[in-house]
Design a binder for this molecule. Structure first.
Ligand SMILES: CC[C@@H](C(=O)O)C(=O)SCCNC(=O)CCNC(=O)[C@H](O)C(C)(C)COP(=O)(O)OP(=O)(O)OC[C@H]1O[C@@H](n2cnc3c(N)ncnc32)[C@H](O)[C@@H]1OP(=O)(O)O
Ligand code: CO
Length: 136
């Protein structure tokens, strides 16, 4: 399993990007809206992983309540899996609690599923399956 991305919550993508651009990182492509999650994403490639900055695009986005309750900063870790359905079945057999019953659309054509932060010992953990042939 590999680390697919770290996600950082920010109220403003340009503000949130400042430390990463100062470090010499560049956005991978244009910002992407993911309406099913209520977020806009800016992704920076770091080695084989991404840092994703997430900004809410509507009041009921999970990022809106996160920013209100906790402020800007690390929001979740995401691990890349080959077969998301199989991995969800395997973890459910061990008692894992997913936040939605089925995989949902993520950025760049991915399918994603989130595990409750309680299961993640205080960290929100996401599993990601990429479409065949994609790098990031
Ligand atoms: C860009 C698209 C996609 C991708 O391709 O990568 C994404 O990453 S989308 C990212 C945004 N989507 C999500 O986060 C979906 C999953 N999240 C949720 O369903 C909710 O955010 C949540 C985790 C269930 C929290 O919902 P909320 O309504 O805010 O509930 P609470 O405030 O009551 O929180 C419950 C509990 O969990 C703790 N918490 C909340 N968020 C986090 C977090 N990001 N990291 C760690 N812990 C978190 C919160 O403090 C509460 O703890 P207790 O008080 O101890 O119960
Ligand atoms: Co994510």
């Amino acid at each position: 399993m590999t680390l697919d991305h770290l996600a950082i919550a920010t109220p403003d993508l340009d503000l949130g990007s400042a430390p990463y651009t100062a470090l010499g990182l560049h956005p991978e492509g244009p910002d992407e809206d993911v309406p099913t999650q209520g977020v806009r994403v800016r992704a920076f490639v770091v080695g084989g992983s991404l840092i994703e900055l997430l900004m809410p695009t509507r009041p009921e986005s999970p990022l809106t309540s996160f920013l209100q309750k906790r402020g800007a900063g690390l929001h979740h870790l995401a691990f890349r899996v080959g077969d998301l359905d199989a991995e969800m079945r395997r973890l459910r057999e061990q008692g894992a609690a997913f936040l939605s019953p089925e995989p949902q659309p993520g950025r760049a054509g991915t399918q994603v599923a989130f595990l409750h932060p309680r299961w993640g010992a205080g960290t929100l953990i996401e599993l990601v399956e990429h479409p065949a042939g994609s790098r990031h």
